[in-house]
Ligand binder design. Structure first.
Ligand code: NAP
Length: 245
């Protein structure tokens, strides 16, 4: 599609489906070589095969320190470096405060916050050495406005914003940029699990009057991954059709 990311290498977590798969596809379309990481290694490999020769799929659990370290090491070995990390893997365990268990709370906090932190820490080691790199963290509008039934997820996604800014300040003088995206309602397996009423009610609050498509997040990731955004770090971009502005 373009040579915007020619010669660049990227790792995208949680990329066997949904927004992550769209990100991996768009980065590869712009010339990057992409490692797709997901819990299910076979699903990641199948997703990579769908993209073609510029993609590979591996198993990784972002909550596991050794697994994330192996992911980064393996990506560097395969492609000779790491220019872009997209911390995209995510889960929801929605419930009201009355019904949410501590386990539901901890699972969501661990995947989003610990997972993103482990990714930033491992990738920045490589990027600092190379004196270049772009890390993109997928937050959510839930982290800005808070959603009922998502005390766990909203806290985790707001935490990703603070983590992004702190890491951006630590890494800026090493040539490594760290930015975040806050998607609004995007049509993926995650949101297909919502009830039709909840989905329609959310869609009705969007000024653009429609849910977004995964590609509409992926295109913003490509911008942040590339030199087009060379003077941006610590930024949080809302990609929500105007919802929550
Ligand atoms: P999705 O379709 O559920 O895809 C998420 C992927 O992450 C799945 O393949 C999932 O695997 C994987 N994953 C879960 N836990 C993991 C772990 N510990 N290690 C590695 N991979 C793991 O979700 P999505 O809608 O594409 O969401 C992608 C990101 O965007 C998430 O961070 C989400 O919070 C964020 N987001 C989504 C929306 C939206 O409207 N869809 C809005 C705002 C933000 P399994 O299927 O095996 O669990």
């Amino acid at each position: 599609m373009s040579d915007l990311l020619d010669g660049r290498t990227a790792v995208v977590t949680g990329a066997a489906q949904g927004i992550g798969l769209a990100i991996a596809t768009v980065l590869a379309d712009h010339g990057a070589r992409v490692t797709i990481a997901d819990l299910d290694g076979d699903k990641a490999a199948a997703a990579a095969a769908g993209i073609g020769e510029n993609a590979r799929g591996v198993a990784c659990d972002v909550t596991d320190e050794a697994s994330v370290a192996a992911l980064v090491r393996d990506a560097v070995d395969a492609y000779g470096g790491l220019d872009v990390l997209v911390n995209n893997a995510g889960i929801t365990r929605d419930a009201s405060l009355k019904k949410m268990t501590l386990e539901n709370f901890q699972a969501v906090i661990t995947v989003h916050l610990q997972g993103t932190w482990l990714g930033i820490r491992a990738a920045s080691e490589v990027m600092r050495e190379a004196r270049r790199g772009s890390i993109i963290n997928i937050s959510s509008m839930s982290g800005k406005v808070g959603n009922p039934g998502q005390t766990n997820y909203s806290a985790a996604k707001a935490g990703i914003v603070g983590m992004t800014k702190a890491a951006a300040k630590e890494l800026a003088h090493h040539g490594v940029r760290v930015n975040a995206i806050q998607p609004g309602l995007i049509r993926t397996p995650m949101t297909e699990a919502m009830s039709a009423e909840a989905y329609a009610a959310t869609e009705a609050t969007i000024p653009m009057r429609r849910a977004g498509e995964p590609d509409e997040i992926a295109n913003v990731v490509a911008f942040l991954a590339s030199d087009l955004s060379s003077y941006m770090t610590g930024a949080v971009l809302e990609v929500s059709g105007g919802r929550g502005m």
